[in-house]
Design a binder for this molecule. Sequence first.
Ligand code: AMP
Ligand code: MG
Length: 340
Amino acid sequence: MKTKILEINPKRIDLAKIKTAAEEIKKGNLVAFPTETVYGLGADALNEKAVAKIFQAKGRPFNDPLIVHIADIKELYRLSKQVPSVALRLVKAFWPGPLTLVLKKSELVSDIITAGLDTVAIRMPADNIALSLIREAQTPIVAPSANLFGRTSPTTAQHVADDLDGKIEMIIDGGKTKVGVESTVLDITAKPVQVLRAGGISVEKLKEVIGQVKISKELEEGFRSPGMLNSHYSPQARLILVEEKGESQVEEVRQLASEYKAKGFKVGIMAKEENQNKYNGFEVKVIGKGTELEICAANLFAILRSFDKEGFEIIIAEGLEEQGLGLAIMERLRKAAACK
Ligand code: AMP
Ligand code: MG
């Protein structure tokens, strides 16, 4: 299959191009497209055959459920059996945006989307290309991240092509994504509501709107139990994470980097801007200032991919503070670190 690349300027959307992409979705084909979080791999949510193609193209196991993307709030009522008032408060505060709600599913949602669960994950993305595509396709669109299963999520169309060229019909290139980490997944069928995945909307912001929020056990324990891992955001290089602990963090990173370098590995360091000059003699990539966690989130996946492109074998990553988007960043770094 030859994958078509369709460039669309997000500031001046060419509707004719969106219609071409929407036609592919209507035909049951796969189209990768930008959202504000990462690039998604889209298929018609109401066409089981199309949905199955996603798992095939990504090499994703069928026990990992997909998120349904909608452009109109009416779809929330069509796809879920029950919309509790807490859902409406969250929708009002955060949609369109990087928050996914897990609700009781309606008959319309097939088991292949939900991995057999009686719940469905739904979100409305805050990206004009994504919203126009869903509107023109006239159907909700399931869209996991547009990468091979287990690999780092894509934040540019080139990242998508690196993983999926020749496996999908089309990639819409709408430039670099803004948020850079996936959506927060919130189970509102649980009492109190529970964060299943940290993401683009911080726990602090959720608490401002709905008060009590539980953090899933897996998240709270910091993924120190690799058996619980399903997807792992993993670069090809081995990633070693050194948790945030002031000056001793720099010491430990330096020591690890020296050890692996002495053993003959090609070693890279992912550092905060304020620490970049403390690693003389090593190759350093800067994720951003430790205090600017939104910028760090936006840079994270592209940096991990660039280490891979340049053939690094070991990445020593400085951990960040676990507040705001720092929690989402650390969740992904811990998963990446746990996998090798
Ligand atoms: P991705 O599409 O790669 O961003 O991953 C979507 C993630 O959303 C899954 O890996 C699950 O963690 C979560 N998810 C989707 N549907 C459900 C559901 N019905 N219940 C709980 N979590 C879900
Ligand atoms: Mg993913």
